[in-house]
Design a binder for this molecule. Structure first.
Ligand code: UDP
Length: 237
């Protein structure tokens, strides 16, 4: 769409967002709803790349706490994101979207390896690109992967799809007095100790001036509205 506020977007979908109300794993109906939103936004003319998390299946830090070697656990976590990517790819294809999944860890039989210029070409051709495998390195998170890929593909914005409406003064799931914050600067977030995303990832956004929108992916049509420049969720810049 000519009037789109953001031409190219990196959407971060956490593993938890794919879980729906289930305690673990992938909820197919939830994934289908997210895919619908992505496709609707893309139909409006936005170029969309997605980084998927893996926390609904495996988290390195939790496995480490249970006694597993950290680096090995993190590799398992990265592979979990590949499973999520395949689920999202499938849901998007069922809607008629053209999708390419690229992984930071080579899984040649199921996805392309991450090649920056090729990813950009896919976007230019109107394909949805899913980046899986995080950064390919243990001790990092998929939030960091999302910022890294956003910068690499020169995205205009990083949209963090969550199950809350945006950034609050406290955790709204625990504190009923928590206040919604529609907009804040990177500096505000740091001074007020608001965890928008993990600290490494946040620092990378701040350093490079990459705006972040934190939004609720459970609101129908919300992704398209963000990309058209409507005030949805919290804008951090
Ligand atoms: N991970 C990693 N390096 C990365 C990205 C992810 O080691 O660059 C591992 C890490 O163990 C993490 C897991 O993959 O716990 C799943 O990713 P994350 O927790 O970021 O997923 P989300 O919270 O977004 O679902």
């Amino acid at each position: 769409m000519a009037g789109a506020a953001y031409r190219r977007t990196l959407l971060k979908v956490s593993g938890e967002a794919l879980m729906g109300d289930a305690p673990y794993g992938i909820d197919t109906a939830t994934v289908a709803r997210i895919a619908q939103q992505i496709q609707a936004a893309q139909r409006e003319g936005a170029e969309i790349a997605v980084v998927v998390g893996g926390g609904n299946i495996f988290r390195g830090s939790e496995a480490e706490a249970a006694g597993m070697d950290r680096a090995t656990a993190d590799y398992a976590g990265m592979l979990a994101t590949v499973i999520n990517a395949l689920a999202l790819q499938d849901a998007l294809e069922k809607l008629g979207a053209t999708v390419r999944t690229q992984t930071a860890i080579i899984v040649q039989q199921v996805a392309e390896p991450y090649i920056r210029r090729r990813a950009i070409r896919h976007l230019e051709k109107g394909r949805v690109v899913i980046f899986a495998g995080g950064t390919g390195n243990p001790y990092f998170s998929t939030d960091t992967a999302a910022v890294l890929r956003a910068l690499e593909i020169e995205a205009d914005v990083l949209v963090k799809a969550t199950s809350v409406d945006g950034v609050y003064s406290a955790d709204p799931k625990q504190d009923p007095a928590a206040e919604f914050i529609p907009e804040l600067t990177f500096q505000d977030a740091i001074v007020r100790g608001l965890a928008v995303m993990d600290a490494n990832a946040f620092g990378l956004c701040k350093e490079n001036g990459l705006p972040i929108v934190v939004m609720n992916v459970n609101q129908p049509g919300a992704i398209a509205r963000v990309l058209q420049g409507e005030r949805v969720g919290t804008l951090v810049r």
